[in-house]
Write a protein that binds this ligand. Structure first.
Ligand code: ZN
Length: 315
């Protein structure tokens, strides 16, 4: 039976929501008592507007300040009422004023660290609730995938990926991306999606990225391809490894780091790639290239000695 490949969806991915800290994306529906990390402003269950974690922390902080201020005020009042003489009355009044002002000064001075203390306490206390909320978000993404709504599905999985670094989330994102027509102008990621073991879907995605956005193919990605090279050759052929070795020629540092790997595929590189390598080797004669330099020289002598582009490398 012939398997007909399903056509990829041509869609526009939205830009990622950026915050200084990851936790700032957390929000809560006060009615459903459920957290969410998605971009949506309203709760999908009840329609109520989400309250951001920072507002929750601020209100806890405000309430605490208010309670403490009332307590101090009561203490001062008791002091004044219970004062037997006018002198002690003044004394408790002055003590009260000093007490309140130092309380205000201390609170203002330590406001930021106090704020983070309250936040930490809240995150710890609501840990299970946050987990359940992210699970709910994750189910929404699953439903989107089932309904073929890939753009919102990817959007959700990307936000979830900021909180959960598991292979499962990474691969779910990659699988959605593999069903989309990828373009260079899209806000794509690669390094953050590398799983902890060999995964065919990830390699398929990485090879697509190699075609449209080479700079995303970083050192870590090249190292992943080297680590799982046997499986990759089995599933995607040797050309995929040659292409990855070719991308390592982008930077002098990468060439040094992966010189053995590059050396293996030297004769398979297209002329422009090999010329680029020769240029780098030639302009950095003092760098340590190992046997790569020798092998490149030999290849120039055998294959390119008549080529005018390689004239200056022929010794
Ligand atoms: Zn709700």
């Amino acid at each position: 039976m012939k398997v007909i490949p399903i056509a990829k969806q041509a869609i526009q991915l939205s830009k990622k929501k950026r915050t200084k800290y990851c936790y700032q994306k957390l929000k809560m529906c006060k009615k459903c008592n459920r957290y969410s990390v998605l971009k949506e402003e309203e709760c999908p269950t009840c329609g109520l507007t989400f309250v951001g974690i920072e507002s929750i922390v601020h209100s806890i902080f405000r309430n605490r300040l208010f309670t403490e201020a009332i307590r101090i005020l009561i203490l001062v009042c008791i002091g004044i009422v219970a004062a037997p003489t006018v002198k002690t009355l003044y004394l408790s009044l002055i003590t009260g004023v000093i007490f309140v002002s130092s309380y205000i000064i201390l609170t203002v001075t330590f406001m930021k660290s106090e704020y983070f203390m309250v936040l930490k306490k809240l995150l710890r206390a609501d840990f299970r609730k946050i987990q359940a909320g992210i699970q709910f978000d994750s189910n929404l993404a699953k439903e989107d995938v089932k309904a073929g709504k890939l753009a919102p599905a990817y959007d959700k999985l990307r936000e979830i990926g900021d909180f959960i670094y598991s292979d499962q989330v990474k691969i779910r994102r990659v699988m959605v991306l593999n069903d989309i027509v990828l373009r260079r102008d899209m806000e794509l990621e690669l390094e953050s999606l590398i799983p902890s073991s060999y995964d065919k879907d990830f390699v398929k995605y990485a090879l697509e990225i190699l075609k449209i956005n080479r700079p995303l193919f970083t050192k870590k990605c090249i190292a992943y391809f080297i680590q799982y090279r046997d499986a990759i050759v089995r599933d995607f052929g040797i050309d995929s490894l040659i292409a990855v070795a070719g991308t390592a020629l982008r930077m002098k540092l990468y060439i040094q780091e992966f010189s053995d790997f590059i050396e293996e595929f030297l004769e398979y590189f297209p002329k422009d790639r090999f010329l680029r390598l020769c240029n780098i080797l030639y302009s950095n004669p003092d760098a340590k290239w190992g046997s790569l330099e020798e092998k490149a020289k030999r290849l120039v002598a055998i294959k390119y000695h008549y080529d005018p582009d390689f004239k200056r490398f022929v010794s």
